[in-house]
Design a protein around this ligand. Structure first.
Ligand code: ADP
Ligand code: K
Ligand code: ZN
Length: 435
């Protein structure tokens, strides 16, 4: 490590130097894509842009966006910029939206990625003496090996637990004295239930939890921190940008540092594509600056966030983004109103009688969209006092209405009714017919 506090010296690089480095690398990656990927050469030519036209940082706006569609059209290897024999690792995205994206890495790419993940984990306090249980899917998904390699690079004792067999996970935690975990937040909530059932929830030695791959709220953080007696940190990444290690909360737990020496960061208006300024909410657009195997120019992540302007007391000079507010494409439109599942989660998790699991079902009754929120009620409250349940139901409905500006049906169900996820939770069931 570079120091007691930082894994790499780049984390505290003066802002000015960081911007100069970004420009230098931006120019490299545009040229690399232009010279080695037919798709980018064609798109840049169509837009009338040549790599030589990228002279200052603002010139990035001349470059056309890349979207999931470009990945689909070039499936599987069409966007690779190096000969196949230079690729030493292949992953795919989890396919939340459409065909999985295939991503490749050269040996240098892997080295950069491992160090980025190590940076993040070191930032939240993971050290050599930690026992790190990685409860993420190792099959194809970048959150398995990606986090694994980063933790191993720090020198922690890494347990490749994977997902599933939750009882065994919990026993490992207790028997091995696991101190740090990584998983999706929804799976962690399930692990918590099983730990309670097995009566080992007070026999754990956890101190750090890293949770990512899906949106979660401040209230879920509180629940996870109380349940496991840990500090819980938000981990953001996507396969197209290596995987985890793109942005991560520091110990301040106030925004996620996004690593500007490896990613060029823009926020755009998702409707018009126009760049927005600091503090304005919009879609995150990323250009990886060092990727050899798979350069991606101005990638529209679909993730909604904004850039926070505060200087961080942790000393890192890299900008911070607000936790992801939702995905522009998992946004549900109900009776003309935009709803993000994360807003619903936010409301539910601050009502103490509400359990940890919920599901949103959308149906169409004639021409009218109906939104039903199925909510698990805490065991001890599901005692059959009809009056109390009715009051709770009305309370949930009222709170949702306040947040969403929309009337919802609220259905209270018994604990265990809603299917538990091992990876990303399937929170929304849209049963409307396509028009
Ligand atoms: P996909 O789910 O699109 O098939 P990935 O498995 O690479 O592909 O997932 C990346 C996506 O997961 C991100 O674009 C984002 O929508 C979501 N995601 C990842 N980490 C977080 C996080 N910490 N908070 C919210 N959303 C996240
Ligand atoms: K160790
Ligand atoms: Zn910080």
């Amino acid at each position: 490590a570079y120091s007691e506090l930082y894994w790499q010296k780049e984390e505290v690089m003066p802002k000015k130097e960081l911007e100069e480095l970004q420009l230098k690398r931006l120019r490299w990656v545009v040229r690399h894509a232009y010279e080695n990927v037919a798709h980018y050469r064609r798109k840049l030519k169509e837009a009338g842009v040549h790599p030589d036209d990228i002279k200052k940082r603002e010139d990035i706006a001349k470059i056309p966006f890349t979207t999931k569609k470009d990945f689909a059209e070039n499936y599987p290897f069409g966007l690779f910029a190096v000969p196949k024999e230079e690729i030493v690792r292949l992953h795919t995205s989890s396919g939340t939206t459409g065909k999985p994206k295939v991503v490749g890495y050269t040996a240098n790419d892997l080295e950069n990625w491992i160090n980025l993940v190590a940076r993040c984990l070191y930032m939240v306090g993971v050290r050599k003496h930690d026992i790190f249980q990685n409860m993420a899917n190792y099959a194809f998904f970048t959150g398995g090996l990606g986090i694994h390699d980063g933790a191993e690079r720090i020198g922690a004792m890494v347990i490749p637990a994977g997902v599933g067999n939750t009882e065994r996970q919990v026993r490992c935690m207790a028997d091995f004295g696991t101190t740090a975990i990584h998983s999706t937040p929804s799976y962690a909530l399930h692990v918590k239930e099983v730990a309670e059932e097995l009566g080992v929830d007070d026999k754990l030695s956890l101190r750090i939890g890293c949770f990512g791959a899906e949106p979660w709220s401040e209230n879920t953080r509180k629940r996870l921190e109380d349940a496991f007696n840990i500090k819980a940190f938000d981990s953001y990444g996507l396969s197209e940008m290596n995987g985890p290690g793109v942005a991560f909360e520091c110990e301040e737990q106030h925004g996620l540092h996004i690593w500007a020496d490896h990613y060029f960061i823009e926020i755009i208006d998702p409707q018009t594509g126009e760049p927005l300024s600091e503090g304005e909410k919009g879609e995150l657009v990323l250009t990886p600056l060092t990727k050899e195997a798979l350069p991606v120019l101005r990638y529209r992540t679909g993730d909604i966030t904004y850039i926070m302007d505060d200087e961080c007391s942790c000393g890192r000079t890299h900008p911070k983004i607000h936790r992801i507010l939702g995905r522009s494409d998992d946004m549900i439109i109900v009776r003309g109103i935009n709803v993000f599942p994360s807003q619903i989660e936010h409301v539910l998790m601050q009502i103490p009688e509400v359990g940890d699991h919920f599901q949103v079902v959308i149906t169409r009754n004639g021409t009218l969209d109906e939104i039903t929120v199925r909510v698990e009620v805490r065991d001890e409250l599901f005692t059959g006092e009809l009056f109390d349940l009715q009051r709770l139901q009305q309370k949930v409905q009222r709170e949702l209405q306040k947040e969403l500006g929309l009337r919802t049906n609220v259905e209270l169900v018994e604990k265990g009714t809603i299917e538990r996820s091992k990876g990303k939770a399937k929170r929304v069931l849209d049963l409307r017919e396509e028009l």
